[in-house]
Each structure stands twice: as C-alpha cells, then as structure tokens.
Design a protein around this ligand. Structure first.
Ligand code: NOJ
Length: 590
C-alpha cells in the first residue's frame, strides 16, 4: 500500500468525508402556518435532505430565545423556542435524521447569552457567583474620555471605546446594577465572562447535556471572541472595528478552547467547527492542532473585495480569491482540516456573491458547487444554495428583519451618511443578512410553498422560476448537479484526502487546480468569468484523465488546451484505483 493511502486510512474521519447542510430554522419549512419555520417542518423534509445526499445537518439555534438576533440570543440553553416546537419535536427530528444516516450538528452560542437568560438576571442582581458571569464595569468620567456614548448617567461614558459588531458602542448601562456591561453584538446579547471558571464549567455541563441526547457535533459561534485582554483597555480608534485587537483571538483563547475540547468533547468522532472571524491560517493551525477542533470557519475568502467595512463591497479579484483559498488549502493540508463554504445565514447568496445571478445563474451556481465539492475540506451547503437561490430585493427598510441591517440603515441616516433608505439600499441588497434568510423556495405555490401563513420575511419574488419542485423535475438543474457532485466525492477518496495544487495563480479568469492521491489525480478547471477563456493544461496534470462532471457539454479528455465557455466548469479524473474508499477504517491490510 502506498504511503499516501496509508496516511488516508490513519486520518479517516466521517466528518472529513461528509457534506454538511446548514438549516436556518426560521426560514426552512413552516408546518403550522404561523409564517415561521419550525422543527416539525424540518422533520417533514428529512427525505428531501436524504435525496440530496447530505451526510449531516448543522442546525442554527433552536433554543429558547427572545429572537433579537434570530436565536443567537439564547435565554435557556436546555429548552426549545416554543414557536419552533419542543424537546419532543427536536428528538423526533434527531431520530428521523439518524434513521437516514444523517448526523446532527447543533449551534453552540457561548460567547454571549440573551439578557433574558437567568444567568444575566442573577448577575445584574449581583447574586453570589453569578455577579461575575458577565463583564461589568463602572463608567468612565465623561470629561476624561475622547469618545461619547449616549447611554448611562449624564457625567459618564462607557468604560472603554470598543465598538459593537452590530454598530454603536459595545457597552450598555444597566439601571438595576448601576454598571455597564459588555456586548460585542446586540445590547440584548451580553458577553459571558470566560475568566470566571464557573461560567466555563456551566458551559461544559450544558454541552454534555446535549451530547447525552445523541448529537454529533457543535458549530461554535464566534468562539475566538471569548477571551478579552485583561483590564479591557481602549482599542485603536483608527484600526477598523474599535477594540477588535482586544477581543478577536484574545490572549487566553487557546487555553479556553483546548480546555473546552478536553472537558466537553468526548472524542474526535464529534464534529467541532469553530466560527473564527479574523483568524489567520496560523491561528487556525492552532485551533485545529493543539486545541483540538475538527475545523474552523475562516472569513478571509468571503471578505475578498470588501474595502474597509462589510457594507462596502467592490468586485472581487479572482486572483486574490485563489491566493487566499490556496493559502488555506496548503496551510491546513498536513496537519488540520479545512471547512469549505461560500455562503451561510450571515453572507449573501453564493451565486450573487461569487457568480452571476442573472444570465449565467444556472451555470455559475454549478461552477461554484464544483469548487465547493472539489477543494480539500468539508463542504457546507447553505439551504437554497442547491437550487441556486439568489439575493433578494428589499424595497424599504420596513421589509428588513435583520438587526444588523436595520442598525446599519438607521445609523447611516442618523449620522447623515445617507439621506434615506434608497442611498443604502444597494449595500443592503448586496451584503445584508436578510438575503440569505428569505424563505426556502419549495415550489411556485403562494409563498414559495414555505408557509400557508404570512412569512416572517418576504419571499424572494423569483420563486416562480427558482424552486425545489422545478429543480427536482429537471435532470439538468443545479439540484441534480449538486447530487452528482456529492456522489462523485463519496466515491473517490482522491476528492476528500488528495493534496491540492493551484495551477496558473495569475490567471484572472480561470481557477484551476489538481488533487493528487498516490497515483490518482483530478484536474479541476473553472472559468469564473462571463467571457470565454483558454487554459493550457500543464504536463503535470497527467495524461490519462477522463471527464467526470461538467456544467456544459465538454470533451471526454482535456487535451493540451481547454477552451472554456463563460462559467464553464469541468472535473477530469484518472480512473479510480481499486483500493479506493475501503469499507473499514484504519485497516491493516496491505
Ligand atoms: C455569528 C452568527 O453566525 C451570527 O448570525 C450572529 O449574529 C453572531 N454570531 C452573534 O451570535
């Protein structure tokens, strides 16, 4: 057996071979006509997930919550938001998924809670050890500060100048405790104080409670924000998000994460994916190396083209995107593992962000699926991506539901940067989070078949043309293409474990690379542009390649020069090695 195949057998993990499907419960499927998705609705659709061929579901938060941030503000970690159902509904969902060999990954939101959480209520009353569960501070005399905060007593301002990720100061004044508390997100999402051992113990216990119920992993919300610089010093006022250098990848982040894995994760069969904004490849190497996470969600590639803040987005440069993705591919190749994603509930729709959601929607959606399934790492498909759902029009501020977008529009108007919604509409429709949250488009029935009631967020008006029913009926659809990609990846270890080599890094149209595992090789050629392109196949790509999948009719072999139509995608593979994808793991046979 070759060294490469031996290595694969030793490294084999279900979560490396899996395709994960992300569900945003509020928008997936409404079973009871209240206009809001729910657990019973997801259960009704498990056969859909099975038909698509996914191996795991990441369920965004379904816990009890006042829903200021659609469930990322949790008021009780051990119960279900009643609009979504109850624990019995959740258990039914888990068992229906498991019956189909689909695993379940739950969202773990422990950088902050809701201010309605019992811990916060007790903390504001300074009850025993709860007094220190959050970051409480006295204000700073207004006369000594070079920043202003509207909240609190007239003669004081917030304890430091940090900004919230959702806009405005990161501190709010609490009348009851007569102190300020830190909230890196919404005012109703106070940050937990991870310095306090009792907080960490409570978190680990709660994780055990869910693991005991049979879940298969955790997606860890902004997990690299849990450690803050002691003393909470002022941030650089000119350094982008003010204070970020004191709360992103803070001084104890690795201590906390490795402790969390040691205390709360029983073994590496549990998928752990940490959401880590601002993390570099080197940070990630530690998170997945010493700290023991399976993988992280990094942000570099989704930030390509952003000038400054998230709201100003220029056309992205393919060369820059390739450079970034290749750096992560190579940086985590030997030790570690990549997650792969092109969108989620916080990002614009994949095809609107990285492809062409007009003339070439279908083709570019397939091309981006090809990229997602053929890089090295675990692909995460966001609901609707498999039918090429697009960003949506939002005609007025009243149509928005996302706290971040609403804050952005209000601040722009209040500060005078915009006169009205129209001035910022383009930014909202390009990057606002509601784009990803419009209801899943199941059919061309009223409300896209998502609900019999009034949907909590407007359905994208293009549902009559883009929907699941239509996509499943058309064998050439994006949906069927995703299915085929899944089959291909499931058949070939090469596409999971093979090493990645970028070709033609400076080509401004073509994203091409090889994957190699022992004698097997894949050549992936993607024309990420609306113009025809030519690609010269380098000798090292090999000469016994055969077409495995393409989004337009393509020759069976690549030849020496590939002529590509706009947004054309092709994957060529060498014939499968008979030793590929053994049924046993860590086999000692040779
Ligand atoms: C990241 C989540 O993905 C996002 O939706 C949420 O608003 C923030 N973390 C705060 O929990």
């Amino acid at each position: 057996m070759s060294e490469a195949v031996q290595r694969v057998r030793a490294d084999r993990q279900w979560w490396k071979e899996a395709v994960v499907y992300q569900i945003y419960p509020k928008s997936f499927f409404d079973s009871d006509g209240d206009g809001i998705g729910d657990l019973a609705g997801i259960t009704e659709q498990v056969d859909y997930l099975d038909a698509l061929g996914v191996d795991a579901v990441w369920l965004c938060p379904v816990y009890d919550s006042p829903q200021a941030d659609n469930g990322y503000d949790i008021s009780d970690y051990r119960s279900i938001f009643d609009t979504y159902g109850d624990l019995a509904d959740w258990e039914r969902l888990l068992s229906e998924l498991h019956d189909r060999d689909i695993r379940l990954v739950m969202d773990l939101v422990v950088n902050h809670t809701s201010s309605e959480h019992e811990w916060f209520q007790r903390s504001r009353r300074r009850e025993g050890e709860y007094a220190d569960y959050y970051h409480w501070r006295d204000g700073r005399p207004a006369a000594e500060a070079d920043y202003d905060t509207d909240d609190g007593p007239a003669d004081e301002v917030a304890p430091n100048n940090w900004e919230s990720i959702f806009g405005g100061p990161a501190w709010a004044y609490d009348e009851e405790r007569e102190q300020w508390y830190l909230h890196l997100f919404d005012e109703s999402q106070p940050d937990l104080n991870w310095e306090h051992e009792a907080v960490r113990e409570d978190v680990y216990e709660m994780m055990g409670w869910w693991l005991d119920r049979g879940i298969d992993g955790f997606r860890m919300d902004v997990i690299n924000l849990v450690s803050k610089t002691p003393g909470l010093p002022d941030g650089d006022p000119d350094g982008g998000l003010v204070g970020a250098e004191h709360f992103m990848n803070g001084p104890k982040v690795h201590d906390y994460l490795s402790e969390l894995v040691a205390e709360a994760i029983p073994d590496d069969d549990i998928l752990t994916v940490g959401e880590t904004p601002g993390a570099s490849v080197e940070d990630a190497q530690r998170f997945v190396g010493e700290d023991g996470l399976s993988m992280v969600f990094q942000f570099e590639h989704v930030n390509v083209g952003h000038e400054g803040d998230k709201w100003s987005l220029e056309d992205y440069s393919l060369v820059e995107l390739k450079e970034s993705l290749a750096r992560w591919q190579n940086g985590l190749a030997d030790e570690g593992w990549n997650s792969l994603y092109l969108s989620n509930h916080d990002q614009p729709r994949t095809v609107s962000r990285f492809g062409d959601d007009g003339r070439y929607r279908d083709r570019s959606a397939k091309l981006l699926g090809t990229l997602l399934y053929t890089l090295q790492g675990t692909p995460f498909v966001y609901q609707g991506q498999e039918i090429g759902m697009t960003n949506a029009p939002f005609e007025s501020k009243s149509e928005l539901r996302d706290v971040e977008s609403i804050n952005f529009v209000e601040e722009a108007i209040e500060s005078g940067a915009a006169e009205s919604y129209e001035d910022v509409r383009d930014a909202v429709e390009t990057v606002g989070r509601d784009n990803a949250r419009t209801p899943m488009q199941w059919s061309d029935d009223e409300n896209a078949g998502f609900t019999d009631g009034e949907p909590w967020l407007k359905v994208n008006p293009n549902y009559d043309a883009i929907n699941v029913e239509q996509a499943r009926a058309d064998p050439d659809s994006v949906w069927h293409y995703y299915r085929e990609l899944g089959d291909l990846r499931a058949d070939r270890d090469l596409l999971v474990y093979g090493t990645f080599d970028l070709l033609a890094p400076d080509d401004e149209q073509v994203f091409a690379y090889t994957r190699t595992l022992a004698d097997e090789r894949a050549l992936v050629v993607l024309n990420v542009s609306a113009q025809a392109a030519t690609f010269a196949v380098p000798d090292e790509a090999g000469d016994d390649l055969e077409l495995a999948i393409a989004n337009v009719n393509a020759p069976e072999t690549p030849g020496s020069t590939v002529e590509l139509d706009p947004y054309e995608a092709r994957v060529y593979l060498t014939p499968a090695d008979s030793t590929d994808r053994p049924t046993t793991t860590n086999s000692d046979s040779t």
